[in-house]
Design a protein around this ligand. Structure first.
Ligand code: ADP
Length: 364
């Protein structure tokens, strides 16, 4: 039996950074809110317009791919995410995460709207990255001559505490120790102790777990968005495959896909958060701040990468600069009220573009 030495289909080993701008919403249309973003998909370019001394000055940013308000879920998935899921099926670890201000479409991008199409057989047009990835994985596994096991876990990071979203427990109080998890480090990376890893046989099994976990996720209201999530969620799908290659040798591959919906990147004063929420938001900002520092350190080739400074970066350690491939989907809004946050997201995402990972196939 041999461990597969995989070769990557993706040419670039940089972290892939995708920019997505959501459409204007009803309120913005009603208020005729000025727009400050222009997306040129063909040039993979976003132009950010700012009023400087009475003149609109455009600043251009380039990413691996850019998706404007007209681009739907299928287009984003097929062009940006599907090749990454292929890598997972070839035995690589990959992470896709959604970054951006609350209300810019992170959850829409990752989970999407109604999953099922009207006839109930296919995914709907508005289904997001997670259901599409699950579909692609099972479609592939069903089409090859291979034994496989698919396992899922789903956790949340909230206030620097890790919660198992799939553990059966008191979902409402969320205070039970049973739900709280400890992170341990071993030679292969960070291990979350006692995290439920559930074996699934079909896409429908995973959807059930997703719904169970999402219902358990903590949300808090803010002035910016009623369902603003202050937590980071990490959905993980592990695929073990046992195949026979052309020479008759048995090959084992393990691929892992992390799907991360990050907490909103806005600062607390804008969202109106106070007291307890301010504390929560402070922690969230600290985690995102650390993620930013980690990105900067990786870009600069610094000897010290401050992964350990927050739980989020400890958990994502293998997704940034490690052995996995990473895709960051940076979400922005097109309108003028969001311009400060938009600029900060564009800067953040642009810095992330220069990280280099070292892809290696998992070996057993
Ligand atoms: P976040 O998770 O970043 O807080 P949401 O995903 O909740 O943001 O999106 C905010 C609102 O905008 C939702 O009503 C969502 O359906 C809508 N929305 C976001 N992105 C898109 C898009 N690309 N196309 C259509 N609607 C979108």
């Amino acid at each position: 039996m041999a461990a597969r030495k995989g070769t990557s289909n993706l040419e670039a080993v940089n972290v892939q950074v995708i920019l997505r701008c959501r459409p204007v919403n009803k309120d913005e249309i009603a208020n005729r809110t000025p727009q400050v973003i222009q997306v040129n998909e063909k040039q993979s370019e976003v132009v950010f317009y700012q009023n400087v001394a009475g003149k609109m000055i455009g600043r251009s940013f380039h990413f691996d791919k850019c998706f404007g308000p007209e681009s739907g879920q299928a287009r984003l998935y097929d062009q940006a995410v599907s090749p990454i899921v292929e890598e997972v099926l070839d035995g690589f670890n990959c992470t896709i995460f959604a970054y951006g201000q609350t209300g810019t479409g992170k959850t829409y991008t990752m989970e999407g709207g109604d999953r099922n199409s009207e006839d109930g057989h296919d995914l709907s047009e508005v289904a997001g990255v997670i259901p599409r990835a699950i579909n692609q994985i099972f479609h592939h596994l069903d089409s090859i001559n291979s034994e496989y096991t698919v396992k899922c876990s789903f956790l949340e990071l909230y206030n620097e505490e890790t919660t198992d979203l799939l553990a059966i427990g008191d979902a409402l109080s969320r205070t039970g120790d049973k739900n709280k998890l400890r992170m341990l480090e071993d030679k292969s990376g960070v291990v979350v102790q006692n995290l439920e890893e559930i074996i699934v046989k079909t896409s429908a099994d995973i959807y059930g777990l997703l719904d169970r976990g999402s219902a358990k996720r903590r949300t808090a209201e803010t002035l910016l968005n009623k369902q603003s999530s202050r937590s980071h969620s990490v959905f993980c799908v592990t695929v073990h495959m046992r195949e026979t290659d052309t020479s008759g040798e048995e090959v084992i591959k393990t691929g892992k896909l992390h799907l991360v919906d990050l907490a909103g990147s806005e600062n607390i004063s804008r969202s109106g958060a106070v007291d307890m929420r301010a504390k929560e938001a402070g922690v969230i900002n600290k985690s995102l701040l650390t993620l930013g520092r980690v990105i900067t350190a990786l870009v600069e080739g610094s000897g010290h990468i401050p992964y350990r400074d927050s739980k989020l970066t400890r958990l994502l350690r293998d997704s940034l600069g490690g052995r996995t491939k990473t895709c960051i989907i940076a979400n922005i809004a097109p309108t003028v009220q969001c311009q400060e946050e938009t600029l900060s997201t564009l800067d953040y995402a642009h810095r992330a573009k220069n990280i280099r990972n070292r892809p290696e196939v998992n070996q057993r």
